[in-house]
Design a protein around this ligand. Sequence first.
Ligand code: ZN
Length: 451
Amino acid sequence: MDSLAWFATTPEGEQLGKLAVQMVKVEWVPVPIWLAPFEPFQWLITWLITMVSTGYPGAVWLVIPYLLIALLIGLTILRRLRTIWWHKATVAAIAALNTLLTVAGGFIAVNWVNAVVPFGVRWVVAENAPFALANFHTHTTQSNGFLTPEQAVLWHLQRGYKVVAITDSNTVKGGKIAQRFVERTKLPVTVLVGEEFRGKTHLVLLNIHSDISPKEFDVPAAIKETKRQGGIAIAAHPWTSKHGIEELVEWGVDGFEIVNGSTLGDEKLQNLCEERKLTALGNLDLRSDPVPETATVLPKWANTTQKVAQALKEGKCAVIYLSDRISTGEFNPLKSWISELKDLWRFRGTANFVGIVFWIFVGRLALLRNRKKLSSQSSFPSLKSFILTCLLTLALFALSASFLVWSMARDLKQNWFPSLPTAIAIWVIVCLINWLLWWRLMKCELYGRQN
Ligand SMILES: [Zn+2]
């Protein structure tokens, strides 16, 4: 059983919170079995990389473990080979490069799969419940999210949310696309246009109509501009804020994220929100997580963007969250590891078991085949074909890496840019080709004979 907790700052909010904790059911959807071959890699990538790099998928920190792992592989290969120095240096360098590509692309692929395949947690809300669930912080492919704005809307519907704000970094573009999509499809969901203002302090700005960029506005000016556009300003993950929470209140923020992802604000923040009756939100800061840990509870009448704004301003809202999965303050690696272990048991177990058996089987088959092949000696490739193979690997690496970066980096997205599925498909093919090419070279260095 999952224990649900709630937080609210007004009597009306309290009522909503208490009711939601009783009436909302948490449903765990297992990983589909067809994902089994992929699952062991997802663990390798999540555990090895995300956990090593402070636990936050910040691109800057991810680079360090990527490089270390690549270097380690390269050096291991270098030590094993006993041929001409520049041959073995090249073969080792290609292995390092291939590793880099595999892990970096793997990270993107894992996040994408986690976003598009509907496993993990789903909130189940009874049809007659007098409240609806909301999430006011979502990134899409318009910034560094993994779902398109349209997919993000569907994701929320599938997970039990009826109100969603699309808040891409420093742009309202994603929100506008999502809102048009809902107008067209008449889906039963209310979409708010917003952005995450990423200045010195991050703000979730809701119900605005044009971009508020940190290049033009500092934090107080951004709050003012939000009000001018008729919107609401909420301090996002205030524990990372460069400004004090009192200072932000002075500048006119309407409230704070009390939960962001799996982090809960500390007592000081909770007290401030309660004393000043500020709006408190439980936001996902969604990029690709299959387990939404929190939601904001709104009265059911709040079913248009204006009514949602009214409910928020009047504090007629509550935050609910999965208390086992949420911690206060700093990221705790141990707790994250344990939480990952619990997930293995709860919704990834079967797929993982099948996946591991599958790879043991494939690995054995490959080993047997290779042993037979190796006994019929291979010979060194000519200098020309050696260099050609290396150049081809490099070219494919450059192509695939630039597609991955291009599809992720919003600032580069002008006119046409590859969709994530396209970039991932190219990455899969290139990884396969590159490792095969590498293995050809490696085999010659290990067992080859001079022509
Ligand atoms: Zn942020």
